[in-house]
Design a protein around this ligand. Structure first.
Ligand code: GLP
Length: 244
């Protein structure tokens, strides 16, 4: 495990984007797993800057997003698909047909999840997975208690997660969907390389739990300690509770 501690959220995003750029320069056909959430906004800004200023191209990159809310379609402003279109896809040269997304409005959610796993497999698996972390240590939408063997599936969201994500639903927790589709823990762990980004005091318990705690299904991110190529890029506040 590699731990990189930087000053603030902006620096987290920049460092993360630089690492992604390095991987794309090595392999322009990279299969890239992507994440959403507030932490990711400066990260996507930095990637867009690299695209504009440094000739970084996403033309041949294939992307798979981690998760999506059940019941929202991709045009809904609160969907993760919309978030990605707005903050990243519309601003770079990624080809539409290379973007893969879970459809939270699919008729059969079980088949939707199965197909997603198949699509990832058909492209040879994820080369690099970007992750954020929930205050309760969730990755993707794999809440505490998620089976380490889980694959892409429908899940129930915890209250803490819905409260945190209410910021994207005009602050109204009751408007946050109760269910979501998410890549599973085993899906995430199958990625060849993983980079987790975190910022702020509110994430310090989750970070300490992942890095210093027991590897346990109670702390989903702790499973990453079993991965052979994982980097945590976090700011000082998120690192505040790490054992010295
Ligand atoms: C959501 C996403 C997670 C993300 C988390 C943190 O729950 N499903 O993938 O890590 O939000 O979001 P934020 O960066 O806004 O704290």
């Amino acid at each position: 495990m590699k731990l990189i501690i930087v000053n603030d959220l902006k620096a987290v995003g920049l460092r993360g984007a630089e690492l992604v750029a390095e991987e794309i320069r090595k392999n322009q056909n990279l299969v890239l797993g992507l994440a959403t959430g507030g932490t990711m906004i400066p990260f996507y800004k930095s990637l867009v800057n690299l695209f504009r200023k440094k000739n970084l191209s996403f033309l041949k990159v294939r992307s798979f997003n981690l998760d999506e809310y059940v019941g929202l379609n991709g045009k809904d402003k609160r969907s993760f698909r919309y978030f990605m279109d707005k903050n990243f896809f519309s601003k770079v040269d990624i080809s539409k047909r290379n973007i893969h997304f879970l459809d939270g409005n699919a008729k059969n959610l079980y088949t939707e999840c199965k197909n997603y796993e198949n699509e990832i497999g058909e492209l040879g698996g994820i080369d690099l997975q970007i992750l954020g972390i929930g205050k309760d240590g969730h990755i993707g939408f794999n809440e505490p208690g998620s089976d380490f063997n889980s694959r892409t599936r429908e899940v129930l969201l915890r209250e803490t997660t819905r409260r945190n994500n209410a910021k994207f639903f005009s602050g109204k927790e009751e408007k946050v969907p109760k269910k979501a589709l998410t890549m599973g823990i085993a899906t995430i762990m199958s990625a060849r390389k993983i980079i987790l980004l975190a910022s702020g005091k509110s994430k310090s318990d989750a970070i300490a739990g992942a890095l210093n705690g027991e590897i346990s299904e109670k702390a989903p991110a702790s499973v990453l300690m079993r991965h052979r190529d994982v980097a945590f890029i976090i700011d000082k506040n998120a690192a505040a509770k790490l054992r010295k």
